[in-house]
Design a protein around this ligand. Structure first.
Ligand code: SAM
Length: 460
């Protein structure tokens, strides 16, 4: 049987340590270690969670490590080794409380410490935790807990988001809310939690209730049609749209059907997709670059590079691709190539290639490439370099942030990489690809493809 939200209000004395309201054989037991037991007085007592406790689906034991101290002042924290601000929670009161659970209270079960530096709390972790018989949640305060706790006992660290809270109590409560509502019987049977945000790797569709029209805003027609097939389709599409708009990163892991993909491709495209690639321009620099013997000079054009980078540029929706070479004979080769694949027989027999080649520009030097972008966009582009060797620090996310409102010109070097005078003139240099490994000798067209994908991915 499920429970509706209701105005029941249990008094806090009924659950404060250590008197669970009602014990059923299968009740999930949650121990919470906190310096502030009173923090939990209301949340554990309210709405569905209060009812679930009353029905014996879940029981709580709130333990205060301060009560396990033996010194006169009941000290639980001390200054950090190595200096720095704040205090650190001491091991002894915590370990004593956790061992007490093992010896006197039926076991600690899975021990979780709430920590900003922990693994993220996700819907799948919540599902996993909902299947545990016993959970013990450790709430930190101050700067956190002496890290040796993790060496002494099997403690997992879980974070509830990329923001720092004052203490672990609110985080523990989030975990409790996420896990307990998935215990069978906690929600009505029609509300299994399967249909909610994150369950299918997507964010949820919007909900509406009476009245049908409020301040001239109507409920969508489809929801009043009674056509369950259409309603299900509409809800799925709304989920896809919301996820694309708010959390496009989730689409990488979401199990999408080919219909979902077609919907996103066509409908959302028409609705105005954020195409960050339009602000991105790339250039392939043939001079000045390092040659094999530590000298700098010019390299020759490579037919394959021009083809493949043009195709990548078109695939990722870039604004342009400029080939930089001061050598007249190389410029002539490029002009011939571009003409052949746009206006000439190549373009006629292969229109896709013609489309890619329509992005190709030519400049004698990097300044010329900057001028071309400026002429096209009306703004001087942010100049970014790439290098397999240099200690570039710029992240793909930082490039994405720039692209929201500025053109960016991304330089790729041929030969053994761009000469220092070019890299020094850049506004930023991207982290080398595979910066954690000693071997990262990628062909330049490979590096272009990987970089574009890291910056833009499938959805930008
Ligand atoms: C002020 S915070 C300590 C922050 C810590 N110095 C850091 O930079 O990660 C005190 C306690 O709040 C809890 N806490 C803070 N932010 C959290 C988060 N995002 N997720 C889970 N617990 C968090 C942890 O229990 C932590 O020990």
């Amino acid at each position: 049987m499920g429970f509706g939200e209701g105005g029941r209000n249990l008094s806090s004395e009924r659950f404060l340590p250590p008197s669970p309201i009602f014990i059923q054989n299968k009740a999930m037991r949650i121990n919470i270690l906190t310096l502030f037991p009173e923090w939990f007085a209301s949340p554990l007592d309210t709405a569905l969670l209060g009812k679930a406790r009353e029905a014996g689906l879940v029981e709580f034991d709130i333990l205060n490590p301060r009560d396990r101290t033996e010194d006169r002042h009941h000290i639980v924290d001390d200054r950090p080794y190595g200096g720095g601000p704040g205090m650190v929670m001491m091991l002894e009161p915590l370990v004593k409380t956790l061992r007490e659970l093992e010896t006197e209270r039926g076991g600690a079960g899975r021990i979780i410490m709430l920590a900003a530096a922990g693994k993220p709390l996700t819907q799948s972790l919540a599902r996993e935790l909902a299947r545990e018989e016993t959970l013990t949640l450790v709430c930190g305060r101050y700067e956190g807990i002496d890290a040796r706790l993790m060496d002494i006992l099997p403690v997992e660290q879980v974070s509830v988001g990329e923001a720092v809270l004052n203490g672990g109590e609110a985080a523990a409560m989030m975990l409790v809310e996420a896990a307990t509502r998935l215990i069978p019987g906690f929600m009505g049977k029609e509300e299994s939690g399967d249909d909610e945000s994150f369950s299918a790797g997507l964010l949820e569709y919007p909900h509406f209730t009476r009245p049908e029209v409020f301040e001239d805003v109507p409920v969508p027609d489809v929801l009043r049609s009674g056509d369950h097939g259409r309603i299900a389709k509409w809800r799925r599409e709304q989920s896809l749209r919301t996820t694309l708009r708010v959390r496009p990163d989730m689409l990488d892991g979401a199990p999408l059907t080919s219909d979902d993909m077609e919907y996103l491709r066509e409908t959302v495209e028409a609705a105005g997709r954020l195409r960050l690639g339009r602000n991105l321009h790339c250039a392939l620099v043939h001079y000045p670059v390092f040659l094999g013997d530590r000298k700098t000079g010019a390299t020759s054009l490579t037919n394959l590079d021009v083809h493949d980078i043009a195709r990548c540029s078109r695939t990722y929706g870039l604004g342009s691709f400029t080939v930089v070479t001061p050598l007249k004979d190389q410029q002539t080769i490029l002009e011939t190539l571009v003409r052949h694949w746009t206006e000439g027989p190549g373009g006629v027999s292969n229109p896709d290639r013609a489309e890619a080649f329509s992005l190709v520009r030519m400049a004698s030097d990097v300044q010329g490439a900057i001028d071309l972008v400026e002429a096209r966009t009306g703004q001087r582009p942010v100049l970014l370099g790439t290098s397999a060797r240099d200690n570039g620090v710029m992240t793909p996310q930082a490039v994405r942030d720039l692209l929201v409102d500025r053109p960016v010109l991304l330089l790729f070097g041929t030969g053994h990489g761009m000469a220092p005078e070019i890299l020094d003139a850049c506004d930023g240099i991207l982290r080398p690809l595979r910066w954690m490994d000693a071997y990262n000798h990628l062909p330049v067209r490979g590096a272009v493809a990987i970089t574009l994908d890291r910056v833009l991915g499938d959805c930008c």
